[in-house]
Design a binder for this molecule. Sequence first.
Ligand SMILES: *Cc1c(COP(=O)(O)O)cnc(C)c1O
Length: 417
Amino acid sequence: MKKPFVSYDKLEEIIARYKTPFHLYDEKGIRENARRMIGAFGWNKGFKEYFAVKATPNPVILKTLKEEGCGVDCSSMTELMMANAVGFRGREIMFSSNDTPAEEFVYARELGAIINLDDFTHIDFLKEHAGLPDTICMRYNPGGDFVISSQIMDTPGEAKYGFTKQQLLDGFIKLRDLGVKEFGLHAFLASNTLTNEYYPSLAGLLFETAVWLKEETGVSVSFINLSGGVGIPYKPEDKPNDINIIAGAVRDVYEKILTANGLGNVEIYTELGRFMLGPYGCLVATATHKKDIHKQYIGLDACAANLMRPAMYKAYHHITVSGKENHPHDHIYDITGSLCENNDKFAIDRKLPKIEMGDRIIIHDAGAHGYAMGYNYNGKLRSAELLLRMNGDVELIRRAETSSDYFATLDVTDFHF
Ligand SMILES: *Cc1c(COP(=O)(O)O)cnc(C)c1O
C-alpha cells in the first residue's frame, strides 16, 4: 500500500493554518532521494544531476536540490531567471530548449549555461544572435522506435526533438571548425519509464554514437547527458526503479564502450525531474460535495487546474483518505474537480473507504509535473505550495493565487474587478 508522507495529525495541524487545496512537499524524501541518486553515480568522476526545473519550478525546492549538489536543467527564460535567482552559476545550468527565442540564447550565454542545441539550424541561429560558446551539447534523435527487450518504449521517429545522426556528424564538424572546444551529447527517448533498463539502453546508444563521432571527426565528447525519463511507481502494484541497479548497469556499458575506446574520462549528466520530485509531493484537497446519480461522485475543492495529469493523460494518481488508511475500501467513487469539463476526474471507479464531507483527500505523486502544469481555465486559481521541513515545521513556499492575480493582466482595460 502507498503511505502518505504526512500523518493525519500533522496534516490537520497544517490545514489549521493553510486552507486546502495545496501542494505539499517532503524535504526529507527529496534530500534522501537526491543523495541516493548522486551516490549511485558516484563511480563517475564529474557526474551531475541537472534537475529539470519544469517539473517543479519553485526556488525553495531548487535551493534544496542545490544544497544536495544538483544543477538545473532549464528550457525557458523564466526558468533561467529562477535558476539565476537561486544562485546557480555557469556550468551548474543546462539549457535544453527547443524552438528557442533568440533572447533566451542570449541570456543563457550571459549566465554561462551549457547550451544543448535541439537542431542543426540552431548552430547558425545561436552564432548570429548570441555568439558561440566554447562548450556545446547536441541533442540526438535516432528516429524509428526505441525498443528495449523487444518492447517499444517510445517513437523518436515521431518526436520533434533533436538532430539526426548525419546532422550530428555535420554539426560536430561545423562547430569544431567554428572554434567550439568542448562537446556533449544528449538524448531523451522515453518518458516515465518503469524499467531499470532504460538508462543503460539509452547510454549504450549514446556511447556508441560518441565512439562513432570520434572515429569520424577526431572529436571526443567530454560529457553525455542521459536527460530525464526515469519513472516512478504511480500505482501501488508498480515495481519501483532501483537507481543503484540503473547506475551500475550504466557503468557496465560505460566501461565496455567508452573506456574500451579511449573515452574513459567522459562525464555523465542526468536531467531527471519526475524521479527527483514526483513521490515527494502530494496535492491535498477536501471533499466538499457528494453526488449520487448514475455513478457516485465525490467533489473536491481541487480540480484539474491544480493537477492536470489525470485529465490530460488519464494518468493514475493514488488517493488516500487521510486518517482512513485502514478502513475497508468498500466504496467505488469517481473523484472529481469543479471544472466544466467531464475529464476533470482525479480518479474513476476507485475503491476507497466511505468518504464524508470534510475528509481530507491526499492525491499522491504530484511532486513533479503537478503544480507546474497548473492553469487558470474556468477562472480557477493556482493553489499554494508548502514544504514540510525535516524538523516537522511547515513553510509556505508559494502563496495561493488571489483573484487580483487572475485579473492583473487586464490592467490594460478600463474595468475594475
Ligand atoms: C521534461 C524534461 C526532462 C525531465 O523529464 P522527467 O520525465 O521529469 O524526468 C529532462 N530533460 C528535458 C529536455 C525535458 O524536456
